[in-house]
Design a protein around this ligand. Structure first.
Ligand code: GLC
Length: 812
């Protein structure tokens, strides 16, 4: 069957106000709708015939906060809408012929111009965004290739690429990009989301340098434009629509150790004991598919895992949580209750001729739950009972593109898949109207997304007092609401190590703050040197998990003593930084800003910063320049404008400049921005252990600083009701020749017992005077008191949550 031809969208015939926030557009047989949100975000829907039912709620979009607008007829024809409020201001103009939409800011500067609208009668649609020849394009979810995706042709269709991460598409699709435009007034960012779960394509200025083409396979067009001007503004608006990642349980930020598979209780116990014996900080152990009985999801293998409850209990005593793999494929075994139940309840995807569809995957033929139905999501959530009953702490959703195969070879327990399953005849419910059925392909990119929604429901059902921890391989725009993301099956190669940095940056810019790649690489043998370099940067991934395929061993001690020590140091660094990393997750929850940021995030007007794709800002203060090449023992680092300190030696530079730093195998070049107060703690073996020093504020002078340090119980949802401890931190770099650190009153109802606070001022000459609340502190003494040595001033103070003002003279 041939595809229906595209026809340009006809001229605007009429418009009608659609109070309070928009206008309905009539374009012959085409209908459109334009709306403005109070934060200045613009939503445009266009389709042949009637607009399809609104799937926003089903996809988990946040409630639209409608602006109040009065559409008006333009002198040149067409219609315009304008809105100005405290959270945003925007004007939208619709040109009648040819039909086009322009989004402008309050000064009349065009932010986004959409042209060349065309539709086909089968629901396919396309549109183009005009672009500047020097605009750069980031985001697009999980993509290989360069950080700036200009010049690429991208496909969005979730699929398992079979360890070929250089392919496109991959497991997860987020049809969103952040554009960094160069204007006369400086750099400006905005964002565009093609909010359609059917497969789509982007021509990122590949065919024409001043045009981004977008095309979807079904469902017409649904576009959202998120004005900037800064990248942070764009992500704030994008996440106001697609949702924000709730703060994870604090343990989930520790290191996770995984393997396909730790396949018996004894093996897991041995692993846990070994990790602790070797003093390698780790918080979670993952159970891949071999914990199941015949790959029946939600079961335990009776011989290999006879007492999962006992296992969870013993692991907890040693400070480990257990994370279990859950695949969507339900073994088509009529003897098994989950399958029978699913069939009876009508929970599985069906073929066009109304049979339960099965595909080949680990358990053999397996049925796929139709997560587009809310009833099925509820049913799926219920099936998790056996996992929660034994105390599993986290769920990993794998194979949820969904992946399956055409044929397979079986060698013992091992399956060699021949990929390329055909799902063309499969149907699902329309999530906006479950009485209607749609081809699976129309909802393809939302399959894993909605599975994660169901998994989250399982936590709400069985562990309502706990913060969920879900991690997924597949997903769609907005996945961050429900799950963290890992980038699937990579290879133990230097190029995949390098790729992980760019991929995680673009995922972060696509609204997914908690993301990581398999540390050490999933398939192929990993060399000692590669593992060392990988764990160094991997320990700073937002989500840090070592995972590997069967046939190889990738625990930190498998690479010799030297590399084990490197891994230990990397993981200890993560634990030291935990208060900072956790704070970044709280920030992501509040504003959508991801922990991992490309340099241009904080330095949009610095020309060279936009080209840097092998360095990462971790929050506003840390800059990592990992070694990503074999045999390399020094590397060039670009330092953006401002003062920078070497993290481990306090060496000091003033950017912008390029420096060459020494990077022996033991060293990850890491820098701190001058004008930072970094909350840290002393290292612990797992998050639940009590650090010797629970709060060490690392002060790096060089500029003023303002921030908030947030603490809570790390595990429950009580923080939502105000059970937090929030402390404002302000640094005045040169207040009358002194350095002043103001620690605000601790706010919120999370109680912290009296403790000792250590403050370290880096790059500090021997002080003449150190005062706290205008009282002179004496050197050498215990708290309160100070010590100086090797360019560092250390102040110890009792901390009961009362405000403090520390002054050091002279200012460093
Ligand atoms: C998939 C996953 C991988 C997992 C394997 C077996 O390939 O991406 O992480 O180990 O399946 O479950």
């Amino acid at each position: 069957m041939g595809e229906a031809p595209f026809a340009p969208v006809p001229a605007l015939r009429a418009w009608r106000s659609r109070p309070p926030d928009g206008v309905a557009l009539e374009l012959g047989a085409v209908h459109g709708e334009l709306r403005i949100a109070r934060d200045g975000c613009v939503r445009l829907r266009v389709a042949s015939g009637a607009l399809p039912p609104d799937r926003a709620a089903a996809l988990g979009r946040e409630p639209w906060s409608a602006a109040r607008v009065e559409p008006f007829e333009r002198d040149e024809g067409g219609v315009a809408l304008a809105f100005e409020g405290p959270q945003g201001a925007v004007c939208v103009e619709v040109a009648p012929q040819p039909f086009g939409v322009r989004v402008l800011d309050r000064a009349g500067v065009v932010l986004a111009e959409l042209t060349d609208f065309a539709l086909a009668s089968d629901g396919r649609a396309r549109v183009a965004l005009r672009a500047g020849a020097r605009d750069r394009f980031f985001g697009f979810g999980e993509k290989s290739g360069p950080l700036d995706q200009r010049g690429r042709r991208l496909r969005m269709r979730n699929q398992d690429p079979d360890v070929r991460l250089d392919r496109d598409p991959l497991y997860l699709s987020i049809p969103f990009f952040l554009r960094l435009a160069s204007t006369r007034a400086g750099r400006r960012a905005d964002g565009v989301l093609l909010d359609v779960p059917a497969p789509s394509r982007f021509d990122v200025a590949a065919s024409h340098p001043e045009r981004v083409g977008m095309e979807t396979d079904a469902g017409g067009l649904e576009l959202l434009v998120f004005p900037g001007p800064s990248p942070a503004d764009v992500l704030r608006r994008y996440s106001a629509w697609t949702g924000r990642a709730p703060r994870p349980p604090r343990w989930a930020l520790g290191h996770h150790q995984s393997r396909w598979s730790y396949a018996s209780e004894q093996e897991v116990r041995r692993l846990a004991a070994e990790i602790r014996r070797r003093r390698l900080p780790t918080d979670a152990i993952h159970l891949d598919i071999d914990h199941m009985d015949g790959f029946r999801v939600f079961t335990w293998h009776p011989k290999r895992f006879p007492d999962p409850k006992g296992l969870v209990r013993d692991l907890a005593t040693a400070g480990f949580r257990l994370v279990c793999f859950v695949d969507p494929g339900v073994k088509a075994d009529p003897q098994w209750s989950v399958f029978r139940d699913g069939v009876e309840g009508g929970h599985f995807c069906r073929t066009r001729d109304d049979r339960v569809f099965t595909l080949k995957v680990w358990p053999g033929d397996a049925a796929l739950p139709d997560f587009a139905r809310s009833e099925t999501r509820r049913w799926w959530a219920d099936q998790h009972r056996p996992l929660f009953e034994v105390g599993v702490a986290g769920i990993l959703n794998d194979m949820n593109e969904p992946a399956g195969w055409r044929r397979e070879l079986r060698i013992g327990r091992r399956v060699v898949p021949l990929r390329g399953q055909d799902l063309s005849g499969v149907e699902q419910a329309d999530p906006a109207d479950p009485t209607r059925r749609l081809p699976h392909e129309h909802l393809r990119n939302a399959y894993g997304h909605l599975e994660c929604r169901a998994t989250r429901e399982a936590f709400e059902r069985f562990a309502p007092e706990r913060r969920p921890f879900v991690i997924t391989r597949s997903g769609f725009a907005g996945i961050q609401r429900w799950a963290a993301v890992w980038t699937g099956d990579n290879l133990s190669t230097w190029s995949h190590l390098r790729l992980s940095v760019r991929m995680l940056l673009n995922l972060s810019l696509s609204g997914v703050p908690l993301c990581g790649a398999d540390i050490g690489g999933f398939a192929l043998p990993c060399s000692s040197e590669l593992y060392a370099r990988w764990i160094q940067i991997g320990a700073l991934y937002p989500f840090a998990r070592t995972h590997s395929m069967w046939g190889k061993r990738q625990e930190p001690w498998r690479f010799g003593r030297r590399v084990e020590a490197i891994a230990r140091a990397a993981l200890e660094l993560r634990m030291r930084l935990l208060p900072y990393l956790y704070g970044l997750c709280c920030e992501a929850e509040a504003s959508g800003a991801p922990p991992w940021r490309p340099l241009f995030w904080h330095f949009p007007d610095d020309e060279p910063a936009a080209d840097v794709d092998d360095q990462v800002l971790i929050g506003p203060s840390l800059l990592a320049a990992p070694v990503l090449t074999r045999g390399v023992r020094e590397r060039q680092v670009y330092l953006p404008p401002g003062t920078w300190f070497g993290f481990d030696d306090d060496s000091r530079w003033v950017g912008p400049r390029r420096i060459t730093v020494h990077a022996p195998l033991e060293r990850l070049p890491l820098f701190v921005r001058g004008g930072s107060v970094l909350p840290t703690q002393s290292p612990v073996l797992h998050e639940g252990a009590r650090p010797e020093e629970p709060l060490v504020l690392q002060v790096f002078p060089g500029a003023d600083f303002q921030g908030t340090h947030e603490e809570d119980d790390g595990e429950s949802l009580a923080y939502r009701a105000g059970r937090v401890a929030r402390t404002a931190l302000r640094l005045f770099d040169r207040a009358g020749g002194r350095l002043r650190l103001e620690i605000g009153t601790r706010e919120g109802t999370h109680a912290i017992p009296p403790r000792l606070l250590r403050i370290v001022v880096h790059g500090c000459p021997p002080p003449l005077r150190v005062t706290c609340d205008a009282t002179l502190l004496s050197p050498g003494a215990d708290a309160p008191g100070w010590r100086w040595g090797e360019g560092r001033l250390e102040v110890r103070l009792p901390d009961a949550g009362t405000p403090r003002c520390l002054e050091v003279e002279p200012a460093p």
